[in-house]
Design a protein around this ligand. Sequence first.
Ligand code: AGP
Length: 606
Amino acid sequence: MCGIVGYIGDRDVSSVLIVGLERLSYRGYDSSGISVISEGELSFWKKSGKIHELSKIIDGLNIKGSLGIGHTRWATHGIPNDINSHPHLDKSKKISIVHNGIIENFLDIKEGLIKEGYVFRSQTDTEVIVHLVDKHYKSNLVQALAAACKHLKGSYGIAMISELDPDKIIVARSGSPLIIGKGQSENFVSSDINTILPHTKDVIYLEDNQFGVITKDDITIYNNELTKIDAVLQHINWDPVQSEKGGHDHFMHKEIHEQPAVVRRIISKYVDSNGSITFKSVKDVPLEDVSRFIIQSCGTSWHAGLIGRYLLENYAKTPSEVDYSSEFRYRRMISKGKDMVLAISQSGETADTLAGIREAKSNFFPIISFVNVKNSSIDRESDAVIYSHSGQEVGVASTKNYISQLTTLYLFSLYLGVIKKELTPEQAKSYIDELNKIPDYIESILAQEETIKTLADKYYLSNQFLFIGRGINFPSALEGALKLKEISYVHATGYAAGELKHGPIALIDSKLPIVCIAPNTSTYDKMLSNIQEVKSRKGKTIIVATEGNKEIADYADDIIYIPKTIEDLSPLLVSIPLQLLSYYIAIKRDCDVDQPRNLAKSVTVE
Ligand code: AGP
C-alpha cells in the first residue's frame, strides 16, 4: 500500500529517495514519484508502473537537490496512471505533496474548491489537500497545512515541500503512520521504519494530529494547535530487516521454507529451559479474570483468530468470539467488565484493526495484540503485545507469519489454561512436547515439494477450486482458498464441509477440484462422509490426510500425507501443502507471486 519517503541533507537526494521507494515496494504499489527542491526550485517526476519506470525518466538528469519527498501509490481514488501518481502540486506548481490514507470527504471539498476556481488535474482524493494548502497559505506553510487538515475527514500521513519555504519538509499525521529519522546534519521521513533504519536508528513516531517541520539540522513537532511540543526521540535497537531472496526464486518460497525455523524461534522466545511458558509482556495483565475474548483481525490474521478461538476455548475454557476488524469496529461494543480484545496483525498497521483497537479502548476494553512488526501503530497502541517473531515477511501472501500466529496463539492458550487452572503445568508441558515436534514435521512436508508441484501441473488450468474442512481445520480451508485466490487469481472458496449440502454441493461436477482437509481429528469420520458425498458427485478430490491413513486413499484423486500430530496443532501442518500448492499453481499461471495485482502487504486504508 502507499508509502512515503523524504530526505533533507547533503547526499544525492534523488538516489536516497529512489532507494527508499525500493525498500517500500514490498508493500504493493502501482506507480511512484518524487519531488525535489534544487537551488530553491521545485521539480517533480512521476510514473505509473514499477519504480524502474520512474528511474528511467530521471536517470541521466543529474538532479542536484537539497531535499525531496517520494511516494509509492496503491490506487484507491482514480486509476493507476501518471497523472494520479503522487506527488500532487498546487496551481502554481510551487507546493508538492505526497499522501497516504484516504480523504473521505474529498468530493465535498473538491466541489467547493472548483467553485472557487481551482482546477483539478487528477482523480485523486489527495489533490484536494494541496489546493487547500494553497488556499490557506499566507506566509507560513505549516499553518497552511494545519488549516487544510482541519477540513479533512479520513486518514492521512502527509509530507510536503515547497519553493515558498525551500529548506523544510513538513509532515502531518492522522491515522496513517509517519516516522522521522534523525541523522547528523540530515534527516529522513518515511511511513515505514525499514526505510529509515539503514540511515539512522534515532526516530520520532509522529502521533495523530501532530505536525513536524524538518530542516537539515532540526526537527520541530507541533500539536494540532501548532504549539511546540517535546518530541520523544526513540533509539531503535534492532537492525533493518533483511529482504534478500537467499537463493529462492520468490520471497514467498523463501518464507514457506523458513517456517520450521520460525516455530523453533518462537518456542525459544516463550518457553524457558524448564519447559514453562513465559509471556513477560502480559505478566501484569489480570488474565485470570477474563471471562470472554473478542478476537478482531483481517484476512489471514482473521483465519489465525478463528483457530485461536478453538485453542482458547479448549485449553483456557474461555468463551471467545472472532470478528473481522472491518465489522467489529462498527458493532455495538458491550463490555461486561471482564472482556478482553485480542487484535492480530502481521504488519501492525492494518487500518481496520487499528481502528478496532481504538474503538475498543474508548469502550474500556483492555487490548492484547499479536503483532509481527515492532513499533508499528498497533504495537504502540495496545495495552500489551505478544510478538510473532517471524522476521520480515516480504511476500504479500502471508505464510510464515500465519504459522507464527498459530504458534503464539497455541502457547498463549496453554499459558492461560495454566493461569486459569484449567490445565496443570504438567499437561501444558506435554502439549509443548507436541509443539516441539512440529518443525521437523514441517520439514518432512517441505520434502514433498516436488509431489505438490506435480499436483499444481495437473490442476493449474482449473478456474475454480473448493476447499473444505471441519472443526479446527475449517479455518484451514478458508486460508487455503485465500492463498490460492490472492496469488493465482483463481476463484477459490473455503467452506465448512458440513455446510456442503446446504448449497455449495451444487457446484460439484467432474471438473471441480475440491481440496479436502481430513487429518485424523475428532471430526475425521464426519469429514470422510462429506468426502464420500463429493466423490459420489464425481468431484476431483485432493485430500490432505494423516500418514498411515490408507482407507481415505479410496476417495482421493490425489493425496498429500502429513505427519500425525494432535488435533490442535494440525492446522500448522495442513497449511504447508496448501501454501505450496497455491505457490506452484500461481507460478504455472505466470502470476507475480510476491506482489499480486491489486494487493498490498500492509492495508493502511479502510
Ligand atoms: C494475507 O495473505 C493477506 N495478504 C491479507 O489477508 C492479510 O493477512 C491482511 O491484510 C491482514 O494483514 P495484517 O496481518 O498485517 O493485519
